[in-house]
Design a protein around this ligand. Structure first.
Ligand code: FPP
Length: 267
């Protein structure tokens, strides 16, 4: 556990020296390259306060800003956030409409701040079903941040992993029919190139908030060797401290990718 007092002092201090603080708390070589988050619990957060569910989504949007800027400062390279799944269309119409308006509000308010942090905005998911105003807001942000080489803030929007895998298979079959690839070419690496994450490494760390212990059709292929952290904290309550604690826990995990640690090789 991080020392809470120290953390808050550090965050609130004028001229807080991030590097000095992080060197003390983290092993810099073990900052995860790619973090994926299932942002869950917005509805319950709102219910606890006798507010409509959309109030929880709005609060959740503010947490996106906080965690994205912190991840960028820490040197995380890719942050993938599950913002809307292919199954979320089943929700009441007004909730879906609200969720679809959030990217416009978020980017309208925070794009300058994302720019200042050298963050590149990306999206994975099928664009066609998304309202045109949502598409426009995201395309604008993607265009304006395309030359930034800091954190990639990758919104999974109208994303479903089974759908992604199915489209990969269809495209492989198509390319095989057209003589672009042969059966023997279809390796794990080649298959990965047919997925929406083709430009990114697989996540090192996946965090799910709100105490639910499932993947909900999120990055099923990519999470094969990812470290999972499930926390009871509801997404609107998820703090910078919670994110740092997750990273700290990640750094204490032993990743073996199915093999053995080097010191175990000769036992
Ligand atoms: C799940 O909580 C959350 C979602 C389906 C939406 C997540 C979206 C955000 C956090 C905002 C995204 C911001 C941008 C900028 C796109 P839930 O509603 O299922 O919560 P519950 O399980 O408590 O009902």
């Amino acid at each position: 556990m991080l020392n809470k007092m120290k953390l808050w002092k550090a965050f609130n201090k004028e001229g807080f020296n991030k590097n000095e603080f992080l060197n003390e708390q983290f092993n810099d070589s073990q900052i995860p390259h790619h973090v994926a988050i299932i942002m869950d619990g917005n509805g319950r957060w709102a219910k606890q306060r006798h507010l409509p569910r959309i109030a929880g989504h709005h609060e959740g949007m503010k947490v996106v800003r906080k965690i994205a800027t912190l991840a960028s400062r820490l040197g995380v390279k890719v942050l993938t956030l599950y913002a809307f799944s292919t199954e979320n269309w089943k929700r009441p119409k007004h909730e879906v409409e609200y969720l679809m308006k959030l990217p416009e509000e978020f980017l309208g308010s925070f794009l300058p701040e994302l720019q200042a942090h050298n963050i590149r905005v990306e999206m994975m998911g099928h664009k066609e079903q998304i309202p045109s105003y949502t598409q426009r807001a995201i395309s604008k942000a993607m265009e304006e941040t395309k030359d930034n080489d800091g954190l990639v803030l990758n919104f999974a929007l109208n994303y479903g992993s089974r759908d992604e895998i199915m489209w990969a298979v269809r495209n492989i079959v198509k390319d095989a029919k057209n003589g672009i690839i042969n059966e023997d070419d279809v390796t794990e690496n080649v298959f990965s190139q047919y997925l929406m994450t083709k430009d990114y490494k697989d996540p090192d760390l996946m965090i799910r908030t709100s105490g639910e212990l499932r993947l909900s059709n999120f990055m099923l292929w990519q999470l094969a060797y990812t470290e999972f952290i499930f926390t009871d904290v509801l997404w609107p309550d998820f703090s910078e401290e919670d994110f740092l604690n997750a990273l700290k826990e990640y750094q204490n995990r032993s990743r073996r990718f199915g093999g053995l640690k080097s010191e175990e090789q000769n036992e």
